[in-house]
Design a protein. Structure first.
Ligand SMILES: Nc1ncnc2c1ncn2[C@@H]1O[C@H](COP(=O)(O)OP(=O)(O)OP(=O)(O)O)[C@@H](O)[C@H]1O
Ligand SMILES: [Mg+2]
Length: 355
């Protein structure tokens, strides 16, 4: 039998039309049942809850839920956590996050919720999107990537209406809700160039994020944490930095990649890392793929050392040191563009880790 105080409180909340309280009370009921080992009833309560939207407009309206999908791209997570090279605090945070969700029933039985608002920050190509994917993979959750092209309308109020539908949909099912380039939405509200519309969107976004149930894990990624509104920062329970890797990390990454090659090059990973300068992980991965392509297309005539040397020479001719901004042959990598437009080094853009 369920606790009488919770039942009374549930009825009161329902009569008052207070959906937030209905949800909170029903969650407490489910947790209570689970603590008593009544897993079947707890599951049924939670399933019933998952089908209910928080916002009055969308309550019981399946058409709204369907249109909430319009601004979502669902991707199948493939990356695994153990494939990523992560800093210690990030690795530990990932482990905790996965555990909190895998054992959410234990937390709920004690009146606690798993953390579910995560901010990832750092220069391009160092694993933010991959991290979100890997969390989804570890928890076997779908990953929903928010599409701003669909979300942001040209008319006043349109964006908020779409945001509302998006969140109404996202809260119906356990998932990772991924906001890439979050600074596009969560910008500093004091920015004098922003219109009132953007400010309203940001306020609305924050309210929506606050109201999400804990089974919807919001992961927001940004290259420019410094552009984020402080109120936005505060919302995130986990704030993780993905700084640009140093030579040692790149060497470790290369060594891991080269383990899978049929032939090992005679140059050490450390030496290759040194010659690559300061690439992102994504750039280092592309470099490795280029070497592999050369070897494969060489049909046995091009050895791994020759291919590596050729690619290193192409690389060295292509990428110049920071001072070479004015050079004609400098290739603009995303990391370089980011650094140039902000006039600071990548590592400085990374916030502290809140792990
Ligand atoms: N920490 C890492 N460990 C291993 N591989 C990585 C790591 N970071 C990036 N990579 C490789 O680089 C690719 C691109 O990384 P990812 O898309 O996760 O970067 P990002 O930080 O989201 O970049 P952006 O800011 O441009 O969106 C990944 O698919 C992976 O192959
Ligand atoms: Mg990304």
């Amino acid at each position: 039998m369920a606790r009488s105080d919770l039942l009374v409180s549930l009825v009161r909340a329902a009569v008052a039309g207070d959906r937030a309280r209905v949800r909170a009370t029903a969650e407490a009921l489910a947790a209570d049942e689970r603590a008593k080992n009544h897993h079947l009833l707890a599951d049924r309560l939670q399933q019933a809850l998952a089908a209910v939207s928080l916002s009055n407009a969308a309550f019981g309206n399946t058409a709204t839920a369907a249109s909430g999908k319009e601004a979502i791209l669902e991707i199948t997570p493939r990356t695994r956590l153990d494939e990523l090279l992560l800093t210690l605090p990030v690795r530990e945070a990932a482990r905790q996050l996965v555990e909190e969700h895998a054992r959410a029933d234990v937390l709920r039985a004690h009146g606690l919720e798993p953390r579910h608002r995560v901010l990832l920050s750092g220069p391009p190509g160092n694993g933010k999107t991959s991290f979100a994917e890997a969390i989804a993979e570890a928890l076997a959750l779908p990953m929903f990537v928010v599409r701003y092209d669909v979300l942001v309308g040209s008319y006043l109020g349109e964006t908020n209406a779409r945001l509302r539908r998006l969140f109404d949909y996202a809260r119906t099912t356990p998932c990772i809700l991924f906001f890439d380039e979050f600074d596009a939405l969560g910008k500093e509200r004091g920015d004098i160039h922003e219109t009132g519309e953007i400010k309203r969107v940001v306020s609305f976004l924050l309210v929506q994020i606050d109201q999400l149930p804990s089974w919807t894990i919001v992961v927001a990624a940004t290259n420019h944490a410094e552009l984020l509104d402080r109120a936005v920062w505060r919302r995130f329970q986990l704030r993780l930095a993905f700084p640009a890797p140093g030579p040692a990390e790149i060497a470790a990454f290369l060594a891991k990649q080269m383990e899978r090659w049929p032939q090992r090059p005679s140059l050490s990973p450390e030496r290759i890392a040194q010659r690559l300068g300061a690439p992102s992980y994504a750039e280092a991965r592309d470099f490795c793929l280029d070497v592999r392509r050369r070897v494969v297309l060489g049909l046995g005539e091009v050895g791994v050392d020759a291919a590596l040397e050729a690619e290193l020479r192409t690389w060295e001719a292509r990428v110049r040191p920071e001072s070479g901004d004015g050079g004609g042959t400098v290739v603009s990598t995303p990391a370089r563009r980011a650094r140039r437009s902000h006039g600071k080094k990548e590592s400085e853009a990374a916030p502290d880790t809140g792990a």
